[in-house]
Design a protein around this ligand. Sequence first.
Ligand code: C2E
Ligand code: CA
Ligand code: CA
Length: 692
Amino acid sequence: MRSITSRLPPLQAYVAGVICLGVLCCVGVFALDSDGLSHLLSPEVLLFAACAFAGELISLKVVTRGSEGEVTTSTTFAFAALLVAGPACALVALISASFAADTIQRKGPTRLLFNASQYVITLSASALVLHALTGVPRGDAEFHFAPADLPGILVAAAVFFLVNSSLVAVVIALVQGIRVGKYLVQDWFFQVSTGGLMLGLAPMVALAADFSLPSVALLFLPLLAVHRGGRQAIAKEHQAVHDALTGLPNRLLFSHRIEQVVNAGRRSEGASAVMLIDLDHFKEINDTLGHHAGDRLLQEVAVRLRASLDEQDTVARLGGDEFGVLLPDLPGPERASEVAQHLIEQLREPFSIDGLTLEVDASIGIACAPEHGSDVEQLNQRADIAMYAAKEGGRGHVLFEPQLDRYSPRRLSLAGSLRSAIADGEIVLFFQPKAELTTGKIVGVEALARWQHPRLGLIGPSEFVPIAEQTGLIGPLTTHVLEQALRQVRIWADTGEELSVAVNLSARSFLDAQLAVEIPKLLEASGVDARLLELEITESMLMLDPARAKATLERLSAIGLSLSVDDFGTGYSSLANLKRLPVDGIKIDKSFVIDMPHDPSDAAIVRSTIDLAHNLGLRVVAEGVESHEAWRRLEDLGCDLAQGFHVSRPIPAEAMTRLLAERRAAAAAAEQPQPEPQPEPYPFRVVQGYAS
Ligand code: C2E
Ligand code: CA
Ligand code: CA
């Protein structure tokens, strides 16, 4: 077995030592066995050298927990050469084969020298034992060895095997930061069943050569059988630690590599980083475009990640849409953040999948060793927490910091209690009004879910809706929200306030065919007219698979409710696409509206969106109306409805009822003849004090 890994500093010292020893052994062998060189051009030695060369070229690449090694049939022929022609000839045959094969395979000079040197040391040790125990090679005899030599030959072969394996094991153990003995134990079965068996065939090769040179060919079959067996074992090991879809290392190998880098780092000053990458909105893509497109996208993402990183970095697929990156040897955590930013930019370049152009945003969490952890579990866990924080804050990439720690156990505990929370009525609705821009009248509300947690207080939907989606609870959650929203609209209607209510749908709920069956039942049970119910669907849910979205929308629209496109302007769609769909309105995303008063380009986007939407007969709601200034501008632009903190934050039903009563009283008072004109056209009281 030969090592082809050489990277870390203590390793370099070892490699240099092996090369020096190799040179010394080489000199020693040629000095002591100079006569042996006279057999160099004998047909046997030439044949064995050629076979050794072929063996090097078809060597088996073995990846053992992240370090590469090779097992090769060349050792069979090198050892056979030792038996028939002595150490000097065997050495020349093996080293020429090794040099030639390594050069053809374009290996670096260090690898080339290390591989040759460890062969020289191995052969020298084995030759010494052979010489001490036997008289092999017996140049004058009919056969190169006698039956009585066999025990000595087997001992020499065992020495060959042990020295060779140990020299390589030290390299791998140094890279992995584990003890040589531990590595040898881990790997002994594979080593003995391939390298050991191949070496055991060497005396047979020598005997066959004695008998007649062509009969050596008969031994190719058993050699090939061992080679094939080894290859199958390697393929199986490869499968066990790689992801079938992308070919990247899987979680198991990723963990081994982290362990290896962390162990190596303990003995040096270097830092390393573990990154967890989660693709945003992948589930929507998968749900709307189908698994095939989802798989293709994951493959493309894998290719792009791999191409954006250095050879020594590991990219792994950890499952679903989650990838892991391991950066060994960093100057510091800032460098990890730079790499993360680079990856995000690379992923943002559009992907072309089955004729569709997809954009992918990613959230990356980073944890560094030794700063944030010194074992695999801790690093993974902290990178996960950072990733969750990145997703939460829409921040792209986040480096772990201790303050983030509270997220993870919290998330786990929330996931565990969400089902009972829905059943026990802990999910409550807050309502945020939508007001007509021309009159200031509240005509509808949006229902926004909150989790009134007995221990943790009020929890926002951005935290628990994704958990509901991931844990298969989005169906029950949507049903619960619809029920509560309709119940409340009915209560308001009974007291003379006719308001429409908008309910948000997640991608999964939207595509759930059951929904169109369930909603009419809920409407009937609550006695609410369908036209008072509105469903908000985000733009990205519609545009990925327009045909399927259209069919779904048509089913929902047939119920008589209205449909509006939420967060408009943040996705890939255009208004022209909406023309073909049965939607009634759009909600301009709050990011444009909030910045509109002081950002001319946002103001221009809002203006043209309103104009185009009106041309298509769509009603326009602006969300994120935070100031009187924004309100005034939207009114000038002819926008229909406004929603935002300027009117009211999302508030509980009772507070909403009070707000409506106040508005009604104010409107009634305004209708009375006034002694003086009102200075403020829409004297709204901004309702504060509830977290949105
Ligand atoms: P969304 O549909 O875009 O809802 C509007 C969000 O913007 C709400 O956050 C609201 O509190 C906030 N907001 C309203 N006015 C303003 C403003 O003037 N300025 C600013 N800066 N923000 C404003 P919230 O309640 O945290 O909801 C977040 C998201 O959670 C919602 O975004 C919606 O997509 C989702 N969501 C809420 N309830 C449900 C639900 O029952 N089911 C599903 N599937 N998703 C829900
Ligand atoms: Ca919404
Ligand atoms: Ca929105």
